[in-house]
Design a protein around this ligand. Structure first.
Ligand code: GDP
Length: 740
């Protein structure tokens, strides 16, 4: 069928590499074929044109009106090579660009003999200059921003941005052309800039939303117990007879109709992992302090985390049921740490609770709602959702599942989403009761199904217009992550090289000191993705100039046989955090394969174990120590010896004052505290007999090779080399490191 282009010339320009498909059926067949064919022949991607472009085309048969009405015109961007191969004339009536002509390719309408378009992975466009990575730079992008605006924000020239846009297969005529938010992100990624998506609130409903709360505090102060107690006050738990599965988050609904969303993973690791990915999910932190224990190192750590994230704190003084409870002391401690408590004139609310007796929970919930009211938490209800992953896991039957919290907009079943570097089409949305719901409004924790890969805690979820966009963005993000990973590896390698150089220089200066960096390969397994990340990061903090912790693999789930096989193959040890105990078959095969498996539920214990393993594997540093000291009492000279018997020698008659002198060691001669000579032992005798060592209090005759300079009263030190191993150091704040 024939197409003719109507309307503005500019419309044609963007289609220089475009084959058009005439109808809904054709679109379907193209999409299908794309899955079936090899990816080599065609660089293709299908995109939907924006409404304003539709009027530009009109088919000569009735099918085309369908496209016009339903806004379903689709274009396939083909490589110039493919167009060339296909040959044929430009019967579409569209102009071909210089680019295509230069390649001697001819633009043609697809005919029946030609092969249909095939699915190819998104091939990111090549920048004319080498792409530089600016991982620290983040720009805000929005739907409909102009090319000029994007170029300005990215700090690139308009020509460069236009080039990238054309390579992506979009129109880039002038700097005033507007872009979709997805294309803007693709361009920014190519340039190496991070993005924050802004969505217009114009005409959208903005309504109050529930607060999202994270519970933090010192170990054993009752965070998990408090979360359990709060969970049981939730409607979901009541309906489920008090039992709810751990989902990453839950909602507590009040009689007043208000509700609070709690993130279900206590502790700082999850909070830090989320923040590290830029996920500002938490609105309020509940700081749990045990009334009988008071402020402890991790209480302070939690305070500094909340402060750094600019998240307000509500204090829950827990274990108030205990006889030794002293809430007043806790308040004074907190105040002295700079927390401005309400009853002391500040704005931090304090509630006394008992997770075991379930007392004070209503007051805590009220305090959280009051805090939320003060913060005037509101969210846009309409429009595309912006959400964050709280937890992700792999379900055998349902594939990757992600617990997410929607921050803005509404997430709707069936939408295409990009989640971190993964993508998918939402197959189902379930609420905390595991009930299928059609959509999720802000601050609702939901479980989404339909992702192609497992995302990570803290990953953002963005809704995109089509599967193709989702694929392109996911590929682009993966490529960016890979590029950054390679850069980081390169930096690490450079650092290792520099460390080695430095160590070599030091070794040249002082030959006695020697250090070689060894690698400790580790496989990390944990219950949820957020913990995997947190444990891997924590293990990296044990890196030292002597030992380099290498996480060879990390994943969610229990330790499996394939983990053991991998560990055996690369000599790694397996670390399991919060995973279920090992089945006997795995324990047996691990012990047969001599694979060490360390399981823990407390991060400090885990780090301590790995720290000790590192110390064991570290080569250590050779150090010189004084093993014995002797004083010269007399000097004997052996002169006029024949050439065959060697040079003249001086024998120092000494008494060992401290330690031992050993013949195999080096000796140092000191006079008035100054080093006069250093050399190895030529002879050590006791009562005319050659001996290997002489102990404290004994007299001996010592000859130091080439030393003819003894004086009575000199001190001789016997030097030995000892290998000093690094030390595992843990500070009161819970921070750990290896000291070499
Ligand atoms: P987390 O490490 O902060 O998560 O602390 P847990 O929730 O695991 O609690 C540590 C210990 O404190 C457990 O033995 C709990 O039973 C106990 N515990 C927690 N809350 C209370 C409480 O309100 N009263 C009493 N008496 N014990 C509590």
């Amino acid at each position: 069928m024939a197409w003719r282009a109507l309307g503005r010339k500019g419309i044609c320009h963007g289609l220089t590499k475009t084959l058009m498909v005439k109808s809904k059926d054709s679109v379907a067949s193209v999409s299908k074929c794309r899955y079936e064919e090899s990816a080599k022949t065609l660089t293709a991607s299908v995109r939907q044109l924006q409404g304003r472009r539709f009027t530009a085309f009109q088919g000569t048969d009735g099918n085309s009106s369908y496209l016009v009405k339903r806004c379903l015109i689709r274009c396939i961007h083909a490589s110039p090579e493919l167009l060339y191969r296909r040959g044929g004339d430009d019967s579409s009536g569209l102009k071909t660009s210089k680019r295509v002509n230069q390649n001697k390719g001819k633009f043609s309408k697809r005919n029946k003999e030609t092969k249909p378009a095939v699915e190819t992975p998104y091939v990111p466009p090549k920048l004319q200059r080498a792409a530089k990575s600016l991982p620290d730079k983040t720009i805000e992008i929005f739907e409909g921003m102009t090319i000029g605006e994007l170029a300005k924000r990215c700090g690139e020239s308009i020509a460069t941005v236009q080039n990238i846009i054309i390579n992506v297969g979009e129109k880039a005529e002038s700097e005033f052309d507007s872009l979709s938010i997805d294309i803007a992100e693709l361009v920014a990624m190519e340039i190496g800039v991070n993005v924050r998506r802004l969505h217009s609130v114009e005409g959208a409903r903005i309504l109050p939303r529930p607060p999202v709360v994270t519970v933090m505090g010192h170990v054993d102060h009752g965070k998990t117990s408090l979360l359990d107690a709060l969970r049981q006050t939730s409607l979901a738990a009541k309906e489920a007879g008090g039992i709810t599965q751990h989902l990453g988050a839950f909602i507590v609904s009040m009689q007043s109709g208000e509700s609070i969303t709690f993130l279900d993973t206590p502790g700082h690791a999850a909070f830090s992992a989320m923040r590290a990915r830029g996920a500002a999910v938490t609105d309020v932190v509940v700081l749990v302090v045990a009334a009988d224990d008071g402020v402890m190192p991790q209480t302070l750590e939690a305070m500094s985390h909340a402060k750094a994230a600019n998240v307000p704190i509500v204090v829950a003084i827990n274990k108030c049921d205990k006889a030794a409870a002293n809430p007043e002391r806790v308040k004074i401690q907190l105040a002295s740490e700079g927390l401005l408590l309400e009853e002391m004139g500040g704005d931090v609310q304090v509630v006394e609770v008992s997770a075991v007796n379930k007392s004070g929970l209503d007051k805590l919930e009220e305090a959280l709602l009051l805090q939320a009211e003060l913060m005037d938490l509101k969210a846009r209800i309409d429009g595309p959702a912006q959400a964050y992953v709280v937890e992700a896991r792999l379900d055998k039957g349902r594939g990757p599942l992600a617990t997410a919290i929607v921050k803005e907009g509404t997430l709707v079943c069936g939408q295409h989403v990009v989640v971190g570097a993964e993508w998918g089409k939402i197959r189902s949305i379930r609420d905390v009761m595991r009930k299928v719901i059609p959509k999720a409004p802000p601050a609702t924790p939901v479980e989404i199904e339909g992702l192609k890969g497992l995302p990570m805690a803290g990953d953002d979820i963005v809704v995109v217009e089509s599967e193709e966009r989702a694929r392109m963005l996911s590929e682009g993000r993966k490529k960016k992550i890979e590029k950054e990973r390679l850069m980081k590896m390169d930096e690490e390698r450079q650092k290792v090289e520099e460390d080695k150089m430095k160590a070599k220089e030091e070794a040249d200066e002082d030959e006695e000191e020697k250090s070689d960096r060894v690698e400790v390969p580790i496989i990390v397994k944990a219950d949820v993705q957020g913990t995997v990340q947190a444990v891997s990061d924590a293990l990296k903090s044990l890196d030292s100039p002597q030992v380099f912790v290498k996480v060879v693999y990390s994943g969610v789930g229990p330790v499996s046989q394939s983990d053991v096989d991998m560990a055996q193959a690369c000599g790694a040890c397996i670390v399991g955090f919060n995973v279920r105990d090992l089945p006997s078959s795995i324990s047996l095969s691990a012990s047969q394969a001599k694979v060490k498996i360390i399981l823990h539920r407390i991060i400090y214990h885990l780090l301590e174990d790995i720290g000790n393993l590192i110390v064991e594997k570290a080569p250590g540093t050779l150090e010189t120590k004084v093993a014995g000291e002797a004083q010269v009492l007399n000097i004997f000279e052996l002169k006029g010896r024949s050439k065959s018997k060697g040079e003249d020698v001086k024998i120092a008659g000494c008494r060992v004052m401290d330690g031992r002198l050993t013949k195999s060691s080096m000796f140092r001669l000191l006079r008035s505290g100054e080093i006069v000579f250093e050399g190895c032992c030529a002879s050590l005798k006791r009562e005319q007999q050659d001996v290997d060592a002489v102990g404290k209090g004994n007299e001996c005759g010592l000859v130091i090779k080439d030393c003819l300079n003894f004086q009575v009263g000199d001190v001789i030190q016997c030097l030995v080399k000892v290998n000093r191993k690094p030390k595992f150091i843990s500070s009161e704040s819970g921070a750990v490191r290896i000291e070499c």
